[in-house]
Write a protein that binds this ligand. Structure first.
Ligand code: 13P
Ligand code: SF4
Length: 316
């Protein structure tokens, strides 16, 4: 078994040799983040997949993200180091369920989170991520009904933020973010003086906490609802020294690395995505050596799905 230093060195060499780039999501384990060329949220990684000059993309994230990269860059080879790296949120709606839902609302616009399979995306009018969901929904004429899927907490946040009454939200959830409760958060906020509080909109605590904010419970504390990349930008710019972070705990490594003089505490230590953690340095190395596992999307599905993704990328 090779040591971390040897694996990292070999991965760097193989990247050059194979003309490969490593894209990693903010939730990846530290060693994988350290060999990545680009680290980011779903939106940023989708954009980068379209722009990077390399022929091969090793996608260190979960399957739907690698599929999105394959759809956006059909001329590139997209590899995922472990095909079992799935997503409970993307599993929360099937293609049959979506088609049936659309039949019930024939004039509605279907807006789907990027955490969905390529097949689901091929049935969407718009894609969105947590960083642009409000913008995407605001770009749709107010008299059109919207089907928002699959995350109910993000959907409810978007309905409240846009003030739209004609949004129907699918009852799906990410088991990691759904497990971060308002009670977890309140305990952590109390334990850290003058802390700012950052919430990912997939969290089940988003609505109760925003309600508490509106009733003045956190008068002395700043609360922000942000995507993972939004959180990264926010902590660098803020003058605050302490942050309670409600999202998957993998992001804390990058936050601490880039902001060594600030303190970051997870809202819940249990918030770990086992799918994201399936990608190990050994698997990244194997992926580069053996060109595995190649992620492909059938052309007919990819062409339809690309339309929804491109619309999202144009909106920003
Ligand atoms: P973002 O990185 O887009 O905020 O998404 C979080 C997430 O849960 C991805 O799996
Ligand atoms: Fe899916 Fe949740 Fe894991 Fe993100 S954190 S990949 S939404 S299961």
């Amino acid at each position: 078994m090779m040591q971390v230093e040897d694996l990292s060195r070999e991965i760097k060499r193989l990247k050059e040799e194979k003309d490969a780039v490593i894209l990693a999501h903010n939730y990846q384990i530290p060693e994988v983040q350290d060999v990545a060329d680009i680290i980011g949220d779903s939106l940023n990684l989708s954009r980068q997949a379209a722009q990077v000059p390399q022929k091969v993309i090793v996608f260190c994230g979960v399957h739907f993200m690698a599929e999105t990269a394959a759809i956006i860059s059909p001329d590139k080879k997209v590899l995922i180091p472990d095909t079992q790296a799935g997503c409970s949120l993307s599993d929360s709606i099937t293609i049959q369920e979506l088609k049936e839902w659309k039949r019930e609302h024939p004039n509605a616009v279907a807006v789907g989170y990027v955490n969905t399979t390529a097949e689901i995306k091929s049935e969407l009018d718009y894609c969105c991520t947590s960083s642009n969901a409000v913008k995407v929904v605001n770009s749709i004429p107010t008299d059109r009904e919207i089907l928002f899927l699959p995350d109910m907490f993000l959907g409810s946040y978007v309905s409240k933020s846009t003030g739209r009454k004609n949004i129907f939200v699918w009852a799906g959830e990410c088991h990691v973010h759904a497990g971060i409760s308002a009670a977890d958060v309140n305990e952590k906020i109390k334990s850290l003086k003058e802390a700012e509080f950052l919430i990912h909109p997939e969290c089940s605590c988003t609505t109760p906490i925003l309600y508490d904010v509106s009733t003045g419970t956190y008068q002395d504390k700043a609360v922000s609802v942000l995507s993972t990349e939004g959180m990264m930008k926010h902590v660098s710019r803020s003058d605050s020294k302490n942050f309670v972070v409600a999202t998957e705990t993998g992001i804390l490594y990058r936050m601490k690395k880039q902001n060594p003089h600030k303190t970051f505490v997870p809202a819940s230590e249990k918030a770990e995505c086992q799918y994201m953690k399936m990608i190990t340095l050994q698997k990244v190395y194997d992926s580069l050596v053996h060109d595995k596992y190649h992620v492909t999307v059938e052309k007919k599905i990819a062409d339809k799905a690309r339309r929804a993704i491109d619309r999202m990328l144009t909106i920003g």
